[in-house]
Design a protein around this ligand. Structure first.
Ligand SMILES: C[S@@+](CC[C@H](N)C(=O)[O-])C[C@H]1O[C@@H](n2cnc3c(N)ncnc32)[C@H](O)[C@@H]1O
Length: 378
Protein backbone atom coordinates (compact mmCIF):
# COMPACT_ATOMS: atom_id res chain seq x y z
CA UNK A 1 0.00 0.00 0.00
CA UNK A 2 2.78 2.29 -0.99
CA UNK A 3 2.21 6.00 -0.74
CA UNK A 4 -0.85 5.93 1.51
CA UNK A 5 -0.90 7.16 5.09
CA UNK A 6 -2.64 5.20 7.81
CA UNK A 7 -5.68 7.56 7.89
CA UNK A 8 -7.55 5.00 5.86
CA UNK A 9 -7.70 2.63 8.83
CA UNK A 10 -9.91 5.06 10.75
CA UNK A 11 -12.20 5.39 7.71
CA UNK A 12 -12.35 1.63 7.12
CA UNK A 13 -13.13 0.93 10.78
CA UNK A 14 -15.86 3.60 10.72
CA UNK A 15 -17.40 2.00 7.61
CA UNK A 16 -17.36 -1.43 9.28
CA UNK A 17 -18.97 0.03 12.44
CA UNK A 18 -21.65 1.81 10.40
CA UNK A 19 -22.56 -1.34 8.48
CA UNK A 20 -22.74 -3.31 11.73
CA UNK A 21 -24.95 -0.65 13.38
CA UNK A 22 -27.27 -0.71 10.36
CA UNK A 23 -27.60 -4.47 10.76
CA UNK A 24 -26.01 -5.09 7.34
CA UNK A 25 -23.07 -6.91 8.91
CA UNK A 26 -24.17 -9.49 11.45
CA UNK A 27 -21.09 -11.72 11.29
CA UNK A 28 -18.11 -10.31 13.28
CA UNK A 29 -15.74 -11.93 10.79
CA UNK A 30 -17.06 -9.66 8.00
CA UNK A 31 -16.79 -6.63 10.30
CA UNK A 32 -13.12 -7.39 10.79
CA UNK A 33 -12.68 -7.86 7.04
CA UNK A 34 -14.29 -4.52 6.10
CA UNK A 35 -12.08 -2.75 8.68
CA UNK A 36 -8.97 -4.50 7.30
CA UNK A 37 -9.40 -3.96 3.53
CA UNK A 38 -8.18 -0.63 2.10
CA UNK A 39 -11.00 0.30 -0.31
CA UNK A 40 -9.13 3.44 -1.39
CA UNK A 41 -6.45 1.29 -3.04
CA UNK A 42 -9.12 -0.06 -5.41
CA UNK A 43 -10.65 3.31 -6.32
CA UNK A 44 -7.72 5.66 -7.08
CA UNK A 45 -10.17 7.65 -9.18
CA UNK A 46 -13.91 7.56 -9.76
CA UNK A 47 -16.70 9.69 -11.20
CA UNK A 48 -18.96 11.97 -9.19
CA UNK A 49 -22.77 11.85 -9.53
CA UNK A 50 -22.77 15.29 -11.18
CA UNK A 51 -24.02 15.90 -14.69
CA UNK A 52 -21.57 15.83 -16.42
CA UNK A 53 -19.65 13.60 -14.00
CA UNK A 54 -16.40 14.90 -12.58
CA UNK A 55 -13.38 12.63 -12.13
CA UNK A 56 -12.40 12.58 -8.45
CA UNK A 57 -8.77 11.65 -7.82
CA UNK A 58 -6.54 11.27 -4.78
CA UNK A 59 -5.64 14.97 -5.09
CA UNK A 60 -9.24 15.92 -4.26
CA UNK A 61 -9.79 16.55 -0.52
CA UNK A 62 -13.12 14.63 -0.76
CA UNK A 63 -11.48 11.50 -2.18
CA UNK A 64 -10.56 9.49 0.93
CA UNK A 65 -13.90 10.09 2.66
CA UNK A 66 -15.83 9.14 -0.49
CA UNK A 67 -13.68 6.02 -0.97
CA UNK A 68 -15.02 4.78 2.40
CA UNK A 69 -18.60 5.99 1.89
CA UNK A 70 -21.41 3.51 1.48
CA UNK A 71 -21.77 4.55 -2.14
CA UNK A 72 -21.25 2.91 -5.48
CA UNK A 73 -18.22 4.53 -7.08
CA UNK A 74 -18.28 4.47 -10.88
CA UNK A 75 -14.76 3.83 -12.11
CA UNK A 76 -15.19 3.32 -15.85
CA UNK A 77 -17.51 4.83 -18.47
CA UNK A 78 -17.77 4.01 -22.15
CA UNK A 79 -19.82 5.13 -25.14
CA UNK A 80 -21.63 2.46 -27.13
CA UNK A 81 -19.88 2.40 -30.54
CA UNK A 82 -23.26 2.63 -32.33
CA UNK A 83 -24.59 5.40 -30.06
CA UNK A 84 -21.83 7.97 -29.64
CA UNK A 85 -22.35 11.04 -27.46
CA UNK A 86 -23.37 9.39 -24.21
CA UNK A 87 -21.15 7.34 -21.91
CA UNK A 88 -22.59 4.49 -19.81
CA UNK A 89 -21.13 3.17 -16.58
CA UNK A 90 -19.23 0.00 -17.42
CA UNK A 91 -17.50 -0.67 -14.10
CA UNK A 92 -17.78 0.42 -10.50
CA UNK A 93 -17.07 -0.50 -6.93
CA UNK A 94 -20.53 -1.45 -5.69
CA UNK A 95 -21.78 0.14 -2.47
CA UNK A 96 -20.36 -1.85 0.45
CA UNK A 97 -23.73 -2.37 2.20
CA UNK A 98 -25.09 -4.17 -0.89
CA UNK A 99 -21.93 -6.28 -1.26
CA UNK A 100 -22.02 -7.27 2.41
CA UNK A 101 -25.70 -8.17 2.14
CA UNK A 102 -24.78 -10.47 -0.76
CA UNK A 103 -21.84 -12.02 1.09
CA UNK A 104 -24.15 -12.82 4.01
CA UNK A 105 -26.80 -14.27 1.66
CA UNK A 106 -24.13 -16.37 0.01
CA UNK A 107 -23.10 -17.75 3.41
CA UNK A 108 -19.39 -17.61 2.61
CA UNK A 109 -17.32 -19.37 5.25
CA UNK A 110 -13.71 -20.34 5.90
CA UNK A 111 -12.40 -23.21 3.77
CA UNK A 112 -14.63 -22.43 0.79
CA UNK A 113 -13.52 -21.81 -2.80
CA UNK A 114 -15.32 -18.83 -4.29
CA UNK A 115 -15.65 -17.53 -7.84
CA UNK A 116 -16.61 -13.91 -8.38
CA UNK A 117 -17.98 -12.86 -11.77
CA UNK A 118 -17.18 -9.18 -12.47
CA UNK A 119 -13.82 -8.28 -10.90
CA UNK A 120 -14.29 -4.54 -11.48
CA UNK A 121 -11.97 -2.68 -9.11
CA UNK A 122 -10.99 -5.86 -7.23
CA UNK A 123 -12.46 -4.65 -3.91
CA UNK A 124 -14.87 -7.60 -3.53
CA UNK A 125 -12.07 -10.03 -4.39
CA UNK A 126 -10.03 -8.32 -1.65
CA UNK A 127 -12.84 -8.78 0.89
CA UNK A 128 -13.08 -12.45 -0.07
CA UNK A 129 -9.28 -12.87 0.04
CA UNK A 130 -9.04 -11.26 3.47
CA UNK A 131 -11.73 -13.64 4.76
CA UNK A 132 -10.80 -16.89 3.02
CA UNK A 133 -7.18 -16.52 1.98
CA UNK A 134 -6.44 -15.44 -1.59
CA UNK A 135 -5.75 -18.97 -2.88
CA UNK A 136 -9.44 -19.76 -2.35
CA UNK A 137 -10.60 -16.83 -4.50
CA UNK A 138 -10.97 -16.59 -8.28
CA UNK A 139 -12.39 -13.58 -10.08
CA UNK A 140 -13.06 -12.86 -13.76
CA UNK A 141 -13.93 -9.76 -15.75
CA UNK A 142 -14.49 -9.34 -19.47
CA UNK A 143 -12.23 -6.29 -19.60
CA UNK A 144 -8.46 -7.04 -19.49
CA UNK A 145 -7.70 -3.40 -18.63
CA UNK A 146 -9.72 -3.86 -15.45
CA UNK A 147 -8.26 -7.25 -14.54
CA UNK A 148 -4.70 -5.96 -15.07
CA UNK A 149 -5.37 -2.97 -12.80
CA UNK A 150 -7.22 -5.08 -10.22
CA UNK A 151 -4.39 -7.63 -10.06
CA UNK A 152 -1.86 -4.87 -9.31
CA UNK A 153 -4.08 -3.22 -6.70
CA UNK A 154 -4.83 -6.53 -5.03
CA UNK A 155 -1.11 -7.24 -4.83
CA UNK A 156 -0.50 -3.74 -3.47
CA UNK A 157 -3.00 -4.51 -0.70
CA UNK A 158 -1.31 -7.86 -0.06
CA UNK A 159 -3.68 -10.29 -1.85
CA UNK A 160 -2.91 -12.60 -4.77
CA UNK A 161 -6.15 -14.31 -5.84
CA UNK A 162 -6.55 -15.76 -9.33
CA UNK A 163 -7.66 -12.88 -11.61
CA UNK A 164 -8.61 -13.74 -15.20
CA UNK A 165 -9.84 -11.77 -18.21
CA UNK A 166 -12.63 -13.68 -19.87
CA UNK A 167 -16.36 -13.60 -20.45
CA UNK A 168 -17.87 -14.38 -17.06
CA UNK A 169 -20.76 -16.23 -18.71
CA UNK A 170 -18.23 -19.05 -19.21
CA UNK A 171 -17.30 -19.06 -15.52
CA UNK A 172 -13.68 -19.93 -14.79
CA UNK A 173 -13.13 -23.69 -15.19
CA UNK A 174 -9.48 -23.48 -14.11
CA UNK A 175 -10.42 -22.87 -10.46
CA UNK A 176 -13.45 -25.23 -10.30
CA UNK A 177 -15.09 -26.78 -8.42
CA UNK A 178 -16.39 -23.86 -6.35
CA UNK A 179 -18.41 -23.85 -3.16
CA UNK A 180 -19.82 -20.44 -3.97
CA UNK A 181 -20.31 -18.36 -7.12
CA UNK A 182 -21.07 -14.67 -6.72
CA UNK A 183 -22.15 -12.63 -9.73
CA UNK A 184 -21.55 -8.91 -9.34
CA UNK A 185 -22.90 -8.21 -12.81
CA UNK A 186 -26.48 -8.85 -13.94
CA UNK A 187 -27.39 -11.55 -16.45
CA UNK A 188 -30.69 -12.39 -18.18
CA UNK A 189 -30.05 -16.10 -17.68
CA UNK A 190 -27.92 -17.97 -15.18
CA UNK A 191 -25.27 -19.65 -17.36
CA UNK A 192 -25.20 -23.41 -16.97
CA UNK A 193 -21.38 -23.19 -16.83
CA UNK A 194 -21.71 -21.71 -13.32
CA UNK A 195 -23.76 -24.72 -12.24
CA UNK A 196 -21.28 -27.16 -13.78
CA UNK A 197 -18.40 -25.46 -11.99
CA UNK A 198 -20.07 -25.58 -8.55
CA UNK A 199 -20.02 -28.58 -6.21
CA UNK A 200 -23.30 -30.26 -5.30
CA UNK A 201 -24.58 -28.41 -2.24
CA UNK A 202 -22.75 -25.25 -3.35
CA UNK A 203 -24.57 -21.95 -3.80
CA UNK A 204 -24.76 -19.50 -6.69
CA UNK A 205 -25.96 -15.97 -6.06
CA UNK A 206 -26.92 -14.32 -9.33
CA UNK A 207 -28.56 -11.04 -10.19
CA UNK A 208 -31.05 -11.96 -12.88
CA UNK A 209 -32.69 -9.11 -14.76
CA UNK A 210 -33.58 -8.07 -18.30
CA UNK A 211 -31.10 -5.57 -19.70
CA UNK A 212 -33.98 -3.59 -21.21
CA UNK A 213 -36.13 -3.44 -18.04
CA UNK A 214 -33.61 -3.67 -15.22
CA UNK A 215 -36.09 -2.98 -12.41
CA UNK A 216 -37.88 -6.25 -13.27
CA UNK A 217 -35.07 -8.37 -11.85
CA UNK A 218 -34.26 -10.16 -8.62
CA UNK A 219 -31.46 -12.00 -6.89
CA UNK A 220 -31.52 -15.76 -7.38
CA UNK A 221 -30.01 -17.92 -4.60
CA UNK A 222 -29.53 -21.28 -6.22
CA UNK A 223 -28.32 -24.48 -4.58
CA UNK A 224 -26.64 -27.00 -6.84
CA UNK A 225 -28.20 -30.48 -6.65
CA UNK A 226 -26.64 -33.90 -7.24
CA UNK A 227 -28.53 -34.22 -10.53
CA UNK A 228 -26.62 -31.27 -12.05
CA UNK A 229 -29.41 -28.72 -11.79
CA UNK A 230 -29.49 -25.69 -9.51
CA UNK A 231 -32.59 -24.15 -7.99
CA UNK A 232 -33.82 -21.80 -5.34
CA UNK A 233 -35.86 -18.75 -4.48
CA UNK A 234 -35.81 -15.28 -5.91
CA UNK A 235 -35.05 -12.48 -3.48
CA UNK A 236 -36.46 -9.03 -3.99
CA UNK A 237 -34.03 -6.15 -4.14
CA UNK A 238 -34.35 -2.50 -4.95
CA UNK A 239 -30.75 -2.61 -6.06
CA UNK A 240 -29.12 -4.42 -8.94
CA UNK A 241 -25.89 -4.61 -10.88
CA UNK A 242 -25.12 -3.26 -14.32
CA UNK A 243 -25.86 -5.79 -17.08
CA UNK A 244 -23.16 -7.95 -18.67
CA UNK A 245 -21.33 -6.65 -21.68
CA UNK A 246 -21.36 -8.97 -24.68
CA UNK A 247 -17.91 -7.67 -25.59
CA UNK A 248 -15.50 -5.21 -24.02
CA UNK A 249 -16.44 -2.31 -26.30
CA UNK A 250 -20.20 -2.45 -25.75
CA UNK A 251 -21.83 -1.35 -22.50
CA UNK A 252 -24.45 -3.86 -21.32
CA UNK A 253 -27.38 -1.90 -22.69
CA UNK A 254 -30.10 -3.35 -24.94
CA UNK A 255 -29.47 -3.36 -28.67
CA UNK A 256 -31.75 -0.88 -30.44
CA UNK A 257 -34.54 -2.68 -32.30
CA UNK A 258 -35.79 -0.88 -35.40
CA UNK A 259 -39.57 -0.45 -35.27
CA UNK A 260 -42.03 0.22 -38.05
CA UNK A 261 -44.55 2.84 -36.94
CA UNK A 262 -46.19 3.39 -40.33
CA UNK A 263 -49.27 1.45 -39.19
CA UNK A 264 -50.43 2.36 -35.72
CA UNK A 265 -53.31 0.55 -34.01
CA UNK A 266 -55.09 2.19 -31.12
CA UNK A 267 -57.20 0.73 -28.33
CA UNK A 268 -57.81 1.16 -24.64
CA UNK A 269 -56.82 -1.08 -21.74
CA UNK A 270 -57.75 -1.39 -18.09
CA UNK A 271 -54.05 -1.93 -17.44
CA UNK A 272 -51.81 1.14 -17.46
CA UNK A 273 -48.03 1.30 -17.80
CA UNK A 274 -47.64 0.98 -13.99
CA UNK A 275 -48.02 -2.80 -14.49
CA UNK A 276 -44.48 -2.82 -15.87
CA UNK A 277 -43.14 -1.40 -12.61
CA UNK A 278 -44.98 -3.67 -10.19
CA UNK A 279 -42.61 -6.14 -8.45
CA UNK A 280 -43.66 -9.74 -9.09
CA UNK A 281 -45.86 -8.79 -12.02
CA UNK A 282 -42.95 -7.28 -13.93
CA UNK A 283 -41.15 -10.66 -13.66
CA UNK A 284 -44.08 -12.29 -15.44
CA UNK A 285 -44.18 -9.58 -18.07
CA UNK A 286 -40.49 -10.22 -18.77
CA UNK A 287 -41.14 -13.94 -18.93
CA UNK A 288 -43.93 -13.40 -21.50
CA UNK A 289 -41.95 -10.84 -23.48
CA UNK A 290 -38.35 -12.12 -23.56
CA UNK A 291 -35.87 -9.46 -24.61
CA UNK A 292 -38.32 -6.63 -23.85
CA UNK A 293 -36.96 -3.11 -23.62
CA UNK A 294 -38.98 -0.40 -21.85
CA UNK A 295 -38.62 3.34 -22.30
CA UNK A 296 -40.44 5.03 -19.40
CA UNK A 297 -41.64 8.60 -19.99
CA UNK A 298 -43.54 11.18 -17.96
CA UNK A 299 -47.06 10.04 -18.90
CA UNK A 300 -46.47 6.41 -19.86
CA UNK A 301 -44.04 3.84 -21.18
CA UNK A 302 -43.09 2.45 -24.57
CA UNK A 303 -42.05 -1.20 -24.83
CA UNK A 304 -40.35 -2.94 -27.74
CA UNK A 305 -39.59 -6.64 -28.26
CA UNK A 306 -36.80 -8.12 -30.42
CA UNK A 307 -39.27 -8.98 -33.24
CA UNK A 308 -40.03 -5.26 -33.69
CA UNK A 309 -43.43 -5.30 -31.94
CA UNK A 310 -44.02 -2.17 -29.90
CA UNK A 311 -46.66 -0.60 -27.68
CA UNK A 312 -46.96 2.88 -26.18
CA UNK A 313 -49.19 2.90 -23.11
CA UNK A 314 -50.32 5.68 -20.80
CA UNK A 315 -49.96 5.58 -17.04
CA UNK A 316 -53.53 6.73 -16.39
CA UNK A 317 -56.34 4.17 -16.74
CA UNK A 318 -58.26 3.39 -18.79
CA UNK A 319 -54.99 3.46 -20.66
CA UNK A 320 -54.55 4.53 -24.24
CA UNK A 321 -52.60 1.84 -26.10
CA UNK A 322 -50.92 2.56 -29.42
CA UNK A 323 -49.18 -0.45 -30.90
CA UNK A 324 -47.66 -1.86 -34.06
CA UNK A 325 -45.35 -4.50 -35.51
CA UNK A 326 -46.03 -8.25 -35.72
CA UNK A 327 -47.96 -8.63 -32.42
CA UNK A 328 -50.14 -6.74 -29.93
CA UNK A 329 -47.66 -7.10 -27.09
CA UNK A 330 -49.79 -5.19 -24.57
CA UNK A 331 -52.17 -8.14 -24.82
CA UNK A 332 -49.41 -10.28 -23.25
CA UNK A 333 -48.99 -7.77 -20.44
CA UNK A 334 -52.75 -7.93 -19.85
CA UNK A 335 -52.47 -11.75 -19.77
CA UNK A 336 -49.65 -11.58 -17.21
CA UNK A 337 -51.70 -9.13 -15.14
CA UNK A 338 -54.79 -11.39 -15.16
CA UNK A 339 -52.67 -14.37 -14.00
CA UNK A 340 -51.04 -12.28 -11.29
CA UNK A 341 -54.32 -10.92 -9.91
CA UNK A 342 -55.84 -14.42 -10.10
CA UNK A 343 -52.99 -15.74 -7.94
CA UNK A 344 -53.24 -13.13 -5.16
CA UNK A 345 -50.78 -10.52 -6.54
CA UNK A 346 -47.66 -12.46 -5.51
CA UNK A 347 -44.42 -10.64 -4.76
CA UNK A 348 -40.99 -11.59 -6.16
CA UNK A 349 -40.32 -13.89 -3.19
CA UNK A 350 -43.16 -16.20 -4.32
CA UNK A 351 -41.09 -17.19 -7.37
CA UNK A 352 -37.95 -19.21 -7.89
CA UNK A 353 -35.64 -20.44 -10.63
CA UNK A 354 -34.32 -23.80 -11.71
CA UNK A 355 -31.34 -23.96 -14.04
CA UNK A 356 -30.50 -27.04 -16.09
CA UNK A 357 -28.50 -27.63 -19.28
CA UNK A 358 -30.01 -25.17 -21.78
CA UNK A 359 -32.90 -24.42 -19.47
CA UNK A 360 -33.99 -21.60 -17.17
CA UNK A 361 -37.35 -22.23 -15.56
CA UNK A 362 -39.21 -19.63 -13.50
CA UNK A 363 -41.57 -21.29 -11.00
CA UNK A 364 -44.32 -20.16 -8.71
CA UNK A 365 -44.25 -21.19 -5.03
CA UNK A 366 -42.34 -24.46 -5.51
CA UNK A 367 -40.08 -26.07 -8.11
CA UNK A 368 -42.92 -28.54 -8.79
CA UNK A 369 -45.51 -25.76 -9.06
CA UNK A 370 -46.63 -23.88 -12.13
CA UNK A 371 -43.59 -22.90 -14.17
CA UNK A 372 -42.45 -21.26 -17.38
CA UNK A 373 -39.29 -21.92 -19.34
CA UNK A 374 -37.55 -18.79 -20.52
CA UNK A 375 -36.57 -19.10 -24.16
CA UNK A 376 -33.10 -17.86 -24.99
CA UNK A 377 -33.62 -14.88 -27.27
CA UNK A 378 -29.87 -14.48 -27.83
C1 LIG B 1 -20.48 -3.66 -10.74
S1 LIG B 1 -18.96 -4.06 -11.47
C2 LIG B 1 -18.30 -5.26 -10.34
C3 LIG B 1 -17.77 -4.65 -9.10
C4 LIG B 1 -16.69 -5.47 -8.44
N1 LIG B 1 -17.20 -6.69 -7.87
C5 LIG B 1 -15.89 -4.67 -7.43
O1 LIG B 1 -15.74 -5.12 -6.30
O2 LIG B 1 -15.40 -3.61 -7.78
C6 LIG B 1 -19.44 -5.13 -12.81
C7 LIG B 1 -18.26 -5.65 -13.58
O3 LIG B 1 -18.72 -6.67 -14.44
C8 LIG B 1 -17.89 -6.65 -15.57
N2 LIG B 1 -18.54 -7.37 -16.69
C9 LIG B 1 -19.45 -6.92 -17.58
N3 LIG B 1 -19.77 -7.88 -18.46
C10 LIG B 1 -19.05 -8.98 -18.11
C11 LIG B 1 -18.94 -10.28 -18.64
N4 LIG B 1 -19.63 -10.65 -19.73
N5 LIG B 1 -18.10 -11.13 -18.04
C12 LIG B 1 -17.37 -10.77 -16.94
N6 LIG B 1 -17.45 -9.54 -16.40
C13 LIG B 1 -18.27 -8.66 -16.97
C14 LIG B 1 -17.67 -5.19 -15.86
O4 LIG B 1 -16.52 -5.01 -16.65
C15 LIG B 1 -17.58 -4.62 -14.46
O5 LIG B 1 -16.25 -4.49 -14.07
Amino acid sequence: MTGFSDDWRTHAAALADRLAEQGVITDPAWRRVVAAVPRHVFVPEFYSDDDPPELITARDPRWLGLAYSDDTLVTQRREHPDQPGFAWSTSSSTRPSFMLRLLHLLDVREGMNVLEIGTGTGYTAALLSERLGARRVSTVDIDPELTDAARLRLADAGYRPSVAANDGLLGHPAGAPYDRVLATVATERVPYAWVEQTRPGGIILADVRPRGMTWAGALARLTVADDGTAGGPLISTTWGFMSTRRDVERPGIPEVVPIDATTVHTRTSEIGSGALHTPGLSLLVWQRLPGVTAFPGRDGTEIVTPDGSWAKVTKATPAKVEYGGPADIWDRVEGAHAWWIGHGSPDVAAFGLTIGPGEQRLWFQSPDGESWSAPDHG
